[in-house]
Design a binder for this molecule. Structure first.
Ligand code: AGV
Ligand code: CA
Length: 323
């Protein structure tokens, strides 16, 4: 263990921005990645595992365990969204890289997480960019693990802005990661961990815009090329105007190590609905009605994109530099 680095477990759900988040995480100098959990939510888990193993291999990270969750939320993601990240597997850089399946562990993610936390020498930071089902179950089943958690950063929720769920039994107030398993969202808040939510309130400031893609195209490193190819796949996938792709998970990942001056953080109380028509809605409350946590209300978008471009100039993507 490197004492000067943050010990991080990354729980993601295999979307294109989840995979991009893994790349950015592996670029960070102050992060030691200890494990990856795959939540079978906005992906097909076989795709997510394969792409995860390949990204780890691109960065020569062959000792990082990968586990898959076996908890299934009651509100499935649309099938075409789940299929979208398969495209990454078709990119030349992925096809050239071999996945090391010896890194894949057989136990369910929430049990692996419990054992990992119990054995951790230093407090662990947990970054989550999919639904919170694994961690919610771990801390509900065994609250003693809470002492091992330094910080939880979760891309989830919509506090003062409208959500992004458009379903027949929903009023549109919830964000998808919170809606997939509303009870897990509630249980996560109830655990009162040192939680920083990265909700739509903050991620709305970072759409994947053409001007961002054009700036990215000037970075010209092998990793920036790969990131640009992944983002390119998001611009036509969802034709409806209101479903623009945002840097949801990528922002949550940046929060781990970006200069705090870029972030506007609010401390307050939240609860979550577990019933229709607003299941998964994250609601700001008075202290007695909710659970203490923090959430990001705004970010300096320019500082974030500059930081992303800086990360893409790392020398750590060793396998890619052989291109
Ligand atoms: O709600 C945002 C979350 C993020 O974790 N995901 C996508 C990101 O990985 C769900 C989602 C919302 N809108 C989407 C989503 C869309 N248009 N396509 C795919 N996933
Ligand atoms: Ca995600």
């Amino acid at each position: 263990m490197n004492q000067n680095k943050k010990q991080v477990v990354f729980d993601h759900d295999g979307g294109i921005d989840d995979l991009l988040s893994l790349m950015f995480l592996l670029c960070m100098d102050d992060v030691e990645l200890k494990g990856v959990c795959v939540t079978p939510a906005d992906c097909y888990p076989d795709d997510a595992v394969e792409s995860t193993l390949k990204i780890l291999a691109m960065f020569n990270q062959h000792d990082v365990p990968v586990v898959v969750g076996n908890i299934i939320g009651p509100n499935p993601f649309p099938g075409d969204w789940r299929a979208q990240p398969r495209m990454c597997r078709a990119l030349p850089a992925f096809l050239r890289t071999e996945a090391d399946y010896s890194q894949l562990q057989s136990e369910p993610a929430h049990l692996w997480l419990e054992q990992f936390l119990l054995g951790a020498e230093a407090p662990v930071t947990i970054l989550m960019t999919g639904p919170a089902s694994n961690l919610a179950k771990t801390v509900t089943d065994n609250p003693t693990v809470k002492g091992k958690i330094a910080r939880v950063i979760w891309m989830g929720g919509a506090v003062e802005v409208r959500g992004n769920v458009a379903m027949h039994d929903h009023d549109g107030t919830a964000e998808w990661n919170a809606y997939w398993h509303p009870q897990a969202t509630y249980d996560l808040l109830r655990a009162e961990l040192p939680l920083l939510l990265v909700p739509l309130d903050a991620t709305n400031t970072l759409p994947v815009s053409w001007s961002f893609l054009a700036e990215l195209a000037e970075v010209k490193t092998p990793l920036a090329e790969l990131a640009g190819q992944c983002w390119a796949a998001t611009v036509t996938a969802i034709p409806a105007y209101e479903f623009t792709y945002f840097m949801w998970d990528v922002l949550a990942t940046c929060v781990l190590s970006i200069d705090e001056s870029a972030l506007s953080i609010h401390s307050g109380y939240l609860t979550a609905s577990v019933t229709t028509p607003d299941a998964g809605r994250t609601v700001s409350t008075a202290p007695a009605q909710g659970f203490a946590c923090q959430w990001l209300t705004d970010v300096n978008a320019e500082q974030v994109t500059e930081y992303l471009f800086e990360l893409l100039q790392t020398k750590k993507a060793v396998k890619l530099s052989f291109c």
